[in-house]
Write a protein that binds this ligand. Structure first.
Ligand SMILES: Cc1cc2nc3c(=O)[nH]c(=O)nc-3n(C[C@H](O)[C@H](O)[C@H](O)COP(=O)(O)OP(=O)(O)OC[C@H]3O[C@@H](n4cnc5c(N)ncnc54)[C@H](O)[C@@H]3O)c2cc1C
Length: 269
């Protein structure tokens, strides 16, 4: 057992203690484990987590023609950049997303008109009962979601297209420049809320006058209203209370119910 602060494993830099196991090759999965990738889409309770936390770092990359298979724990951005650099097209939109390959499958991560559902053909999931191999159809991708059996996504296969490395890298660089221009830096979990009926959550939050609004050490970014930034001393509880307040204010002003894209882990008061 290795007790660690989960704040070290999340992009928000929040989260209390848990029994953490970093998994790479050989490991077992139990029914009540909590699974973390790069921790870029989660808000982990300040109270910690009373269950074992598996931090996924399964690696390895193989290519066969236009097919690329990557370990579920690898940074998606690095895999996408390597694909572009070797003349494989289809993951340009993913350069700059800070999550893992496995986390991106679970979330059906996407940007700039592309998403995992467009390019993933297969995944291997280690469940408490053994390994399952799923096709894209069996993963039932939806908007920022997939319906998977509980377990660790250990390997993901992408079906990409042959293209020009220079074109792919230039497209990725353009997307990244837009990311830097439109999104804030700092401790965030990316978009806090899902789009609602095709309208971005940021539109409502901005129109409700909430840019810069703060609860404790958590505040709505001035640059992008759907991003919550954690300032010095900010806690998961501040994030949760701020997100709840935003939901109430947007509902009372526009009659729109925002739903979190981020996932809460552990107990919140
Ligand atoms: C600055 C910033 C920009 C971002 N931009 C985008 C964007 O453009 N588009 C977008 O879609 N998202 C974006 N995100 C959100 C995030 O990076 C993605 O959702 C990413 O796919 C999450 O991957 P992760 O490894 O960090 O998952 P985590 O946050 O660790 O986990 C998310 C969920 O996936 C599960 N999970 C993680 N890894 C595995 C695994 N190997 N096996 C099984 N379950 C797993 C967890 O249990 C949890 O339910 C952004 C985040 C930040 C901080």
């Amino acid at each position: 057992m290795s007790e660690k602060l989960l704040s070290a494993f999340t992009s928000l830099g929040v989260g209390g203690r848990a029994d953490v196991t970093v998994v790479r090759d050989t490991f077992d999965v139990k029914e009540d484990d909590v699974i973390l990738g790069r921790g870029t889409n989660v808000v982990v309770s300040d109270l910690g987590v009373g269950r074992r936390v598996l931090v996924v770092r399964c690696g390895g990359v193989e290519t066969a023609g236009t097919r690329l298979t990557a370990g579920g724990g690898l940074p998606l951005s690095a895999v996408a950049r390597a694909a572009c650099a070797s003349g494989l097209s289809g993951l340009e939109w993913a350069v700059g997303i800070p999550g893992s390959v496995g986390g991106a499958v679970v979330m059906n991560a996407g940007a700039f008109g592309g998403c995992m559902a467009d390019v993933v053909s297969r995944a291997v999931i280690k469940t408490p009962c053994g390994e399952e191999r799923l096709t894209a159809e069996e993963m039932r991708f939806g908007y920022r979601s997939a319906r998977l059996p509980f377990g660790v996504v250990t390997r993901v296969t992408f079906d990409l297209a042959a293209g020009s490395a220079a074109d792919a890298l230039a497209l990725a660089a353009g997307f990244n420049a837009r990311r830097r221009a439109e999104q804030p830096s700092g401790r965030t979990a990316g978009s806090t809320f899902l789009s609602c009926g095709g309208v971005s959550a940021g539109y409502y939050i901005d129109r409700a006058g909430l840019k810069g609004f703060r609860v404790g050490g958590a505040r709505i970014s001035e640059k992008h209203a759907n991003f919550i930034i954690m300032d010095e001393g900010g806690r998961a509880d501040d994030f949760r209370r701020l997100a709840d307040t935003v939901k109430l204010k947007v509902y009372s002003r526009f009659n729109v119910r925002l739903k979190e894209e981020v996932r809460y882990i552990g107990e919140f008061r």
